[in-house]
Design a binder for this molecule. Structure first.
Ligand code: NAD
Length: 552
């Protein structure tokens, strides 16, 4: 039975033993589609996160997808083009059930303005990374990544944790909403600025944000007290980051760590320029796009100048993956890229071993299934410090949203081993239902994003998008259940291509085979991608784990 969803009553959380589709594989994908809407930011408009990241092109497309998933056989493949189902073709039972290509625009045309026009004509939709691929699991999807970044900073600069440290950030949206909890888990006093009071309230309701301060004076006083007492605390503040950051700098306050996760990538549908109300911005989105783009960029220039100011005064400042430096540079801030990108600054050694944001969802809707897998992880990887620390923290701090799910940064071999053991638990009836395995698109072999994931690759291969395309083809030939190729929409148009994958552990032997091939080959390609770029960790991984790398 679906569960009521207090946040979005019209979008119940799927679950229960009853099938509407002809098999668990199809049912799983249907539940994942329902889930991304149940935890999404604006499900009435099919928007899941990141301003415009959508689960389907429009409601007729959504209805057609649901109907097809419900009626299709296991030896058919549903073909989806930018969120619209376009074909149901006979393949075979080992082929993917769903393949998708979302928002891929030919190079010279891949610009925000062209995307908006195609979207207006109803010809395209942007899937974000995990929205259009039905893999989004709420703010939890990004939280371990944010936490690991904070911990790398803590290890390098602050003696191991962020207690007694002030973290300043902005953006409490679908993904940015993970920041207050990740900061608190790392021990920090974290201040999160968002222009939209509803977003701040939402994060507080779901347990990710503790306090909302009435004004900047109160916010800074709360942070100051927490820093002095070395108390972990998250504080939200309603305001425009392009005003608040410079004002904090003007007062001579220098945070220890500064970042930002507003939707700065999208100057029309994401970022809110200073001096404008949300209503003004919403009306300009329809008929004043040029004005809005100019105003957003001007605000981002001030926002980033304040970040650079904090950096000059000694703060650890980084770009958390929202293209804010790119927008500022185009607005004339020549040194915007003095701010490093998180992927290169903190996480590349993990990606070089294909360790990245792996995740799983309990299709039964039962939290006990996730708890059992938490135990299994601890039994299987007792020596893995990242995992044991993370699971302990996640259990203690992370509330479930939508289908119970867990994220854990696992690497080559680990993902496959876990998934196959879980498949046995499904087969034996120890779990209440099948489990879907997936990962973020921001993963070793899966993404080309030269201003985020692949910035300053050792061999200069930043902009080469062959890797995610190869990944998608490999995953189709490795029997994954859903395979998708995404490129950027809105402000991300022309900036990225990525590949996503979902495989369902339904307890069958066929699932064992699918999990084994798909998950092993996905991370193999990730390690190979970084070996090809010259990273030593990847060569170690290839040698110790016997990955089939062809060296030229
Ligand atoms: P979202 O659209 O759900 O939320 C963005 C938030 O920013 C909103 O709450 C909005 O009110 C707020 N905002 C906009 N302009 C503001 C301003 N000037 N001052 C204060 N607040 C402002 O987006 P999201 O899903 O939270 O993603 C945020 C950004 O992070 C996007 O650019 C996304 O692509 C990026 N992202 C990065 C990673 C990563 O791996 N590091 C992962 C996911 C998303």
């Amino acid at each position: 039975m679906p569960k009521p969803n207090p946040r979005h009553p019209n979008f119940p959380i799927p679950g229960g033993p009853g099938l509407r589709a002809k098999g668990w594989r199809q049912e799983a994908l249907l539940r994942l589609l329902e889930n991304v809407l149940s935890v999404g930011e604006d499900p009435d408009n099919l928007v899941v996160y990141a301003a415009l990241g959508k689960a389907a092109r429009n409601w007729p497309s959504h209805r057609a997808i649901v109907k097809t998933l419900t009626e299709m056989d296991e030896d058919q493949t549903l073909v989806i083009q930018s969120g619209k189902p376009v074909g149901l073709l006979r393949t075979h039972a080992k082929a993917p059930l769903v393949i998708m290509a979302n928002c891929n625009i030919v190079g010279q045309w891949a610009k925000a303005e062209v995307f908006y026009e195609l979207q207006r004509k109803g010809l395209i939709c942007w899937g974000g990374l995990t929205a259009g691929a039905w893999q989004y699991i709420g703010s939890q999807g990004v939280i371990q990544g944010t936490y690991e970044i904070f911990m790398r900073i803590a290890e390098r600069r602050f003696g191991g944790d962020l207690s007694g440290r002030f973290v300043l950030t902005a953006g409490l949206g679908g993904m940015g909403g993970a920041q207050p909890l990740a900061g608190r888990m790392a021990g920090a006093a974290i201040l999160c600025v968002d222009i939209d009071p509803e977003r701040a309230k939402k994060r507080q309701q779901v347990g990710y944000l503790q306090e909302i301060a009435p004004d900047l004076d109160a916010a800074l006083a709360m942070i100051d007290a927490a820093v002095r007492e070395k108390k972990a605390l998250s504080v939200g503040l309603v305001g425009n980051a392009a005003e608040i950051y410079p004002e904090i700098a003007r007062r001579g306050v220098v945070p220890d760590v500064v970042t930002d996760q507003t939707s700065a990538h999208d100057l029309v549908y994401g970022y809110v320029p200073k001096g404008m109300s949300l209503d003004q911005v919403r009306s300009l989105r329809e008929d004043g796009q040029g004005q809005l783009m100019a105003a957003s960029r001007a605000s981002i220039v001030e926002h980033v100048k304040a970040m650079l100011d904090f950096q000059r005064k000694g703060a650890e400042v980084f770009d958390n993956g929202n293209l804010i430096r790119t927008q500022a540079r185009e607005g004339g801030v020549a040194n915007a890229f003095d701010i490093p990108i998180f992927a290169e600054a903190y996480l590349r050694p993990l990606f070089a071993r294909a360790i990245g944001p792996f995740r799983w969802m309990a299709l039964s809707g039962e939290e006990s299934d996730i708890a059992r897998i938490d135990d299994l992880l601890l039994e299987m990887f007792p020596e893995n410090r990242i995992i044991t620390n993370w699971i302990r923290l996640a259990r203690q701090h992370i509330p479930f949203e939508g289908l119970p799910a867990r994220i854990a940064w696992l690497g080559h071999g680990e993902r496959t081993a876990l998934a196959r053991s879980v498949n046995q638990l499904v087969a034996s009836g120890e779990l209440k239902g099948p489990i879907a395995f997936s990962r973020d698109h921001l993963d070793a072999g899966a993404m080309a994003h030269p201003n985020i994931m692949t910035e300053r690759m050792r061999d200069g291969s930043d902009a080469i998008a062959d890797w995610p395309l190869l990944d998608a083809m490999l995953l189709c030939s490795s029997m994954a259940d859903l395979v998708v190729v995404h490129s950027g929409g809105g402000g991300y148009a022309g900036y990225m291509t990525s590949c996503g994958v979902t495989v369902v552990a339904d307890g069958t032997k066929a699932a064992d085979e699918r999990l084994d091939h798909a998950l092993t080959n996905d991370t193999s390609l990730g390690v190979i991608r970084y070996a090809d770029a010259g990273y030593d960790e990847s060569f170690e991984e290839i040698a110790s784990k016997g990955i089939g790398h062809v060296r030229v």
